[in-house]
Design a protein around this ligand. Sequence first.
Ligand code: BDR
Ligand code: CA
Length: 311
Amino acid sequence: MSRKVIFDCDPGVDDCIALMAALASPDDFEVLGVSTVAGNVRLEVCTRNALALTALAGREDVAVYAGCPRPMVEPAIAARHIHGETGLGAAKLPDPERAASDIHAVDFIIEALRGAPAGSITLAPTGPLTNIAVALVKAPDIAKGVREIVLMGGARSEGGNITASAEFNIYADPHAARVVFQSGLPITAIGLDTTLQLRCTPARHEALKTLGNAAGEVAAQMIGHVNQVYGEIYGAEGAALHDPCVVAYLLAPKLFETAPAFIDVETRAGLTRGHTSVDVYGPAEDANASWATRLDAEKVFALLLERIGRL
Ligand code: BDR
Ligand code: CA
């Protein structure tokens, strides 16, 4: 049976690739909506990209909802140095023919969860957690509708990517992340420790190029850009495919290893803002999340490639 999912994202190259794989999987996911949040690029740009991506995927049946234009407390930051000015790297997508819904993403999330049977909707955030946190603060009763939250964010042994001690999504809105981790909801967090294991190596980049469909071509153009940036900034061969890990986990959790963890977030300004304290050694009953520790990179990439090839 397909799983009801809301993809909350800030597209962004890797968000787009995650969306491609998700939208190509109608037997696995009933996508209730794609909600956008300010993150990698400005909210308007994220929303435009989400609309353009649904068109590319032939999934204009999926509504796009624009959400919060800035984090709960901090001013917005962006990651244009990684994703480029448009958020799409070197790819160009035609302007979307349709507009986002008039309904704010936070209200969409609230209404979807309120109207749903208990424990039935999965939230899959791949950007800053602002929309999810604001929805939980505005309407705490919606928690009962949540099946689980599977998010990309945080770091334990990998330190950070936006600063030495913080991962981008959590750093961008640490207060929202704290609200989410303290929500008591079932959470699986896939952070840098795991996502950095999934690299778009030259061979994988080539495999995308030769998929033979428009989505593969666009994904390869996006990856071409971030691979170059990763080479320049980190001296690494192949950018990490962070956000697609969320979709892969939902499709095939057995390809991942996880450990129960107590996760909290540093919200104060300073060197450690947005740091995730991920305690995997405490008592299991104190855990508030499942922390991904490892993935099978070959199989995860093959799965994503196969899904993108379906578009
Ligand atoms: C996360 O930050 C963003 O730049 C990516 O889209 C991903 O969600 C990785 O730290
Ligand atoms: Ca993202």
